[in-house]
Design a protein around this ligand. Structure first.
Ligand SMILES: NC(=O)c1ccc[n+]([C@@H]2O[C@H](COP(=O)([O-])OP(=O)(O)OC[C@H]3O[C@@H](n4cnc5c(N)ncnc54)[C@H](OP(=O)(O)O)[C@@H]3O)[C@@H](O)[C@H]2O)c1
Length: 441
C-alpha cells in the first residue's frame, strides 16, 4: 500500500524511517507499506529519510493522486489539516493522524465523514505518544464502565515541574527544558494546559461514550506554580503534577486539567521526566496504569505505524474492511468489500459538568500580613462560600508579608475561585500566590 504524508517533520520522518527499517519484516507478513510522497512547506529543506520519497508543496499531489492508497497526517494544527483529512476520507482514502488538536476539535466531523465514506480514520498517536490508550479504551475496555481517567499527558510540563522540584524557578526550568530539547521554542500550550485539555477531551469522549469538547475542560496551567509550592507540598506528603482528570459523576462528566497535589502513594505521583502515564479506573477491571514515552518522533511513530498496519491487515482478510480508493481493486480480488463501520463511540447524551461546578479539594497559597486576626478574615471568606478548611499552616514569621497555606475540603471550583477573589481584595492579603487542586482528601 502506498502511503502519502501530510507533513514530514519530527513524527513524519520517524514514521518513514520506521517503515524503511522494518520493510522486509512487514513485507514478509504481506504488509508492504511504501512511503511515496510528502506534503511539506519547504521542499528544499534536507530531511533524514530515504531519498526515494518525493517532497511536494502541492496538497493535491497527496490528496488527489491516484498512486496514494493511505494518508498519514502529521502536520499539526486544526487547519488546514482537518480540511485535508476530510478531503482524503471523502475520496475513499483511509487516514491515520497524530494530531490531537484536529481530533479534539473536529473529531466528530472527521469520524462522520469517515463513516459516510466507509473508510477508517485512526488517531492512536494523538494522545500519549507510544502508549496504546485509544485502542485500550475503544476496544479492550469497551465491555467495562470506565469511571475515571487520570493522566500526566504533557511531558514538557512534567519535565519542568521535575526541574522545579530540584530547586529551579519556573523561568529557568522552562529555559533548561528548551535547551535539552524537551520544550518547543514556544511552549505556551504545554504550560497553560491547553495541550493536555485536547488530549483529555479525546480520552474522556472515548471512555464515557459521550462527546467532551476541549473548551468544556476546566483548564489551568503551571504558570502560577512556584518551587516553594512544590517543596511545601512535599513536606505535606504530596507531589505536584499537571493532572488531566475526567470522571463520571451523578451530575455528569467532570473534566479538568489543573496543577494537582497527589499523595505520594498515588500511582502517578512518582512519574518523572517527560514520561506520560494514565490511570484508568473501571467498575470491573479496577485500576489500570499505562506508562511510557508520550512524545518523541520514534515513540510516536510506533503508534502511527500500528494504526497503518491495522488498516493494511484488512487487505489480507477478504471482506474485512474498506481499503480506500487506491486499494479497492486489490480488495475486489480478495472478496466482497465490507464498509468500515462507525468508529465513533460517542453515542450517549451525558452532560459535561461546567468547570465551576467540578468538585475538588484545594491548596491555597497566600502572602499575608503577619498580624492577629488575619487567618480569621481569610477563613471567613472561605466560609462565606461554603469552603471548609482541612488544614492551615503559616510557613514563616516576619515584618513583611508571610506565606500561609490552606488545604480545603472538596468544594466546587467556582466556590473556591469566588472565595479567592474576595480574599485577594482583603487589605491584609498581599498576594494570592497559588491555587491548586488536591487529590485524595
Ligand atoms: N513531536 C512529537 O513528539 C509528537 C508526539 C505526538 C503527537 N505529535 C503530533 O504530530 C503532529 C506532527 O508533529 P511534529 O512534531 O512532527 O511537527 P513538525 O516537526 O513541526 O512537522 C510538521 C510538518 O508539517 C509540515 N507542515 C506544517 N504545516 C504545513 C502546511 N500548512 N502545508 C504544508 N506542510 C505543512 C511541515 O513542513 P516543513 O517541514 O516544510 O516546515 C513539517 O514537515 C502534530 O499534530 C503533533 O501534535 C507530535
Amino acid at each position: 500500500m502506498r502511503v502519502g504524508f501530510l507533513g514530514l517533520g519530527t513524527v513524519g520522518q520517524a514514521v518513514v524511517r520506521l517503515l524503511h527499517e522494518e520493510r522486509e519484516r512487514l513485507a514478509a507478513n504481506g504488509l508492504a507499506l511504501e512511503p511515496v510522497r510528502a506534503l511539506v512547506r519547504d521542499t528544499a529543506r534536507p530531511r533524514a529519510v530515504p531519498a526515494a520519497l518525493e517532497l511536494t508543496a502541492d496538497p493535491a499531489r497527496v490528496l488527489d493522486a491516484p498512486d496514494i492508497d493511505l494518508v498519514v497526517e502529521v502536520m499539526g494544527g486544526v487547519e488546514p489539516a482537518t480540511s485535508y483529512m476530510l478531503r482524503a476520507l471523502r475520496a475513499g482514502r483511509p487516514v491515520v493522524t497524530a494530531n490531537k488538536e484536529a481530533v479534539a476539535h473536529r473529531g466528530k466531523d472527521l469520524l462522520e465523514v469517515a463513516a459516510e465514506a466507509g473508510v477508517p480514520l485512526r488517531f492512536e498517536a494523538s494522545v500519549a505518544g507510544a502508549i496504546p490508550i485509544v485502542r485500550a479504551l475503544k476496544e479492550s475496555l469497551a465491555g467495562d464502565r470506565v469511571t475515571e481517567i487520570a493522566g500526566i499527558v504533557n511531558g514538557t510540563s512534567n519535565y519542568v515541574l521535575g526541574l522545579m522540584e530540584e530547586g529551579q524557578d519556573l523561568e529557568a526550568a522552562v529555559r533548561m527544558a528548551r535547551e535539552r530539547g524537551y520544550a518547543e521554542p514556544d511552549p505556551t500550550r504545554d504550560l497553560d494546559g491547553s495541550d493536555a485539555a485536547c488530549k483529555l477531551a479525546i480520552l474522556a469522549s472515548i471512555a464515557f461514550s459521550a462527546r467532551v469538547r476541549p473548551e468544556q475542560v476546566g483548564t489551568c496551567g503551571i504558570q502560577m506554580v512556584s518551587r516553594e509550592d512544590l517543596r511545601w507540598g512535599r513536606e505535606m506528603g504530596y507531589r505536584l503534577k499537571l493532572l488531566a482528570l475526567a470522571r463520571r459523576t451523578e451530575a455528569g462528566i467532570e473534566a479538568h486539567v489543573r496543577p494537582t497535589f497527589l499523595p505520594v502513594s498515588h500511582p502517578l505521583a512518582g512519574v518523572g521526566g517527560v514520561t506520560n502515564a494514565l490511570l484508568v479506573r473501571g467498575e470491573r477491571c479496577g485500576d489500570l496504569v499505562f506508562q511510557g514515552p508520550g512524545a518523541g518522533g520514534d515513540a510516536t511513530a510506533t503508534a502511527v505505524v500500528g494504526d497503518l498496519l491495522e488498516i493494511a491487515r484488512r487487505r489480507l482478510v477478504p471482506g474485512a474492511g474498506a481499503l480506500g480508493a487506491g486499494a479497492a481493486e486489490a480488495s475486489a480480488t480478495l472478496g466482497a468489500r465490507v464498509r468500515e463501520g462507525p468508529y465513533c463511540t460517542c453515542r450517549d447524551q451525558v452532560e459535561v459538568v461546567p468547570p465551576h461546578r467540578c468538585v475538588t479539594a484545594a491548596y491555597l497559597h497566600l502572602e499575608v500580613a503577619d498580624r492577629p486576626g488575619v487567618l480569621a478574615q481569610v477563613a471567613g471568606c472561605l466560609a462565606a462560600h461554603q469552603v471548609s478548611i482541612a488544614e492551615a499552616l503559616q510557613k514563616a514569621r516576619g515584618e513583611g508579608p508571610v506565606p500561609v497555606l490552606f488545604i480545603t475540603h472538596p468544594s466546587p471550583w467556582g466556590a473556591l475561585e469566588a472565595a479567592v477573589k474576595e480574599i485577594a481584595g482583603l487589605p491584609v492579603v498581599a498576594r494570592v500566590a497559588g491555587l491548586m487542586a488536591v487529590l485524595g482528601r
